[in-house]
Design a protein around this ligand. Structure first.
Ligand SMILES: O=P(O)(O)OC[C@H]1O[C@H](O)[C@H](O)[C@@H](O)[C@@H]1O
Length: 356
């Protein structure tokens, strides 16, 4: 996405025409402050100022839709394990900074007077957060920036995260960064436990088995496999199902992706905007990660068996960094919805999920 020109220097408050309160600020784990967003019919979300990290998103049945580890450490400098960490200014190890950059383990502040952002008038619950680099940050990444994040809960319980990153440098220098919404979804059981049954069915021609959790929208796509030295492969077969550790960067994912959880009868739909690819603006990378059993055991802030109940699907800008000249701003948005799905084996129409 091309960076638009800078906005006017003294913009009117974004929320001027709406009635507060849009959020509530309370104490969370380890005394860290968190923002509560409450929507219609009991929808809710929580955002820690630490990392600007969404740690909860609930539907109208008060069911948690995101995964947060029971062993998550809510104490700097460790990033919170789960929810939606923001990876900036570096995704993964694509640079010299700590893994996934520093935005996820900095204290953000509430921005009550952000530059205008087009708002759906039906959205009554949102918060704007801002991160500016400290002197210490400037030593490790010498670029002045403002990172504004709006987290909004829509009238139907949809959750959206809009990032605006601006180059505020006065020395005429551009900067480049990589980025991800490192979203941890809560799922029933990631394991494709019936693979053997499936193999048997294929061999005997008895029918088609569909696993409990599958990702639609990434099939036949090229990816870099982080478990194989970032070697490039092409995904084979239909939807993505899981039977072992996965850490793949799908290079040209479409703007909509679906995670279908058969057991929970739930489909997550991810819609992403503004995350650019090298050639076509409407596609961009998506990282899919699950540590599986061995890596789970090695992680201090992750329960041994918790890998079964989470899946990270992370809209990102990885292979092609985003570059901003002084005064330029980039905007990238992720919208999440969770819709009931009640398909049985063989009845799913992926086109309906992704386009309907
Ligand atoms: O443990 P973290 O630093 O939070 O990283 C967790 C995971 O994030 C991403 O999904 C990367 O692709 C993985 O390689 C990494 O292991």
């Amino acid at each position: 996405m091309a960076a638009p020109p800078p906005s006017s220097p003294s913009p009117p408050p974004a929320a001027a025409t709406q009635q507060p309160p849009f959020y509530e600020l309370v104490k969370g784990a380890s005394g860290l402050e968190k923002v509560l967003l409450r929507g219609a019919r009991g929808f809710s979300a929580e955002v820690y100022l630490y990392g600007a990290q969404v740690t909860s998103w609930k539907n109208d049945h008060a069911e948690e839709l995101l995964f947060v580890s029971s062993k998550a450490i809510f104490k700097p400098p460790k990033a919170i394990r789960g929810g939606i960490p923001i990876c900036f200014p570096q995704f993964g190890t694509h640079g010299n900074l700590e893994q996934h950059g520093f935005a996820r383990n900095r204290l953000w502040t509430i921005d009550d007077n952000p530059p205008p952002l087009p708002v759906n008038p039906a959205i009554k619950s949102f918060v704007d957060l801002i991160l500016r680099p400290s002197d210490e940050d400037l030593k490790i990444w010498p670029h002045s920036f403002e990172f504004r994040l709006r987290v909004a809960l829509g009238p139907n319980g949809d959750l959206s995260l809009t990032s605006r990153i601006r180059n505020t440098s006065t020395d005429g220098r551009s900067f480049s960064y990589t980025f991800a919404y490192h979203t941890y979804f809560s799922v029933s059981d990631i394991r494709n436990i019936c693979m053997q049954v499936f193999a048997l069915m294929v061999l005997t021609g008895l029918g088609l088995f569909i696993s409990e959790v599958r990702v639609e929208g990434l099939e036949t796509m090229d990816y870099l496999d982080n478990l194989k030295g970032k070697e490039r492969f092409t995904e084979q077969g239909d939807a993505i199902v899981f039977e072992s550790e996965i850490d793949k960067v799908y290079l040209a994912a479409p703007s909509k992706i679906a995670i279908i959880d058969h057991e929970k009868k739930r489909t997550f739909v991810l819609t992403k905007e503004g995350l650019p690819d090298a050639v076509i603006a409407s596609v961009s990378p998506v990282v899919v990660w699950n540590p599986w059993d061995k890596k789970a055991k090695a992680m201090q802030d992750f329960g041994d068996g918790e890998y079964k109940h989470m899946l990270c699907v992370e809209p990102a800008a990885v292979e092609k960094p985003i570059t901003l000249k002084p005064g330029e701003e980039w905007k990238g948005r992720l919208a999440l919805s969770a819709v009931p799905s009640s398909y049985c084996s063989g009845q799913l129409d992926p086109l309906k999920v992704l386009q309907g």
